[in-house]
Design a protein. Structure first.
Length: 86
């Protein structure tokens, strides 16, 4: 769905891209107990320039996924560290 929205050049696609990314990523992170990471990620999603061409929008989405990956790795390391200390 996101791929289709990224290729869509109408201005109405931009709010939908933000909404889909927010719902899919942020809500899943909240369910997984990563609430503190969602603030930074949510503000990044809102601040990115989604109005550019396909390459710009894809780059914005890549930035979001890179930050998401960093937060997931940090959370996994924290869980591993807790397990090692017990």
């Amino acid at each position: 769905m996101v791929d289709y929205l990224l290729m869509n050049s109408t201005p109405r696609a931009i709010p939908l891209i933000k909404l889909v990314v927010q719902k899919v990523i942020i809500e899943q992170m909240n369910r997984d107990g990563m609430e503190r990471s969602t603030v930074e990620l949510s503000s990044l999603i809102e601040s990115l320039d989604w109005n550019g061409n396909l390459e710009v929008r894809q780059g914005c989405l890549d930035n979001v996924f890179a930050l998401l990956s960093l937060h997931i790795k940090t959370e996994a390391i924290s869980i591993l560290e807790l397990a090692l200390w017990k």
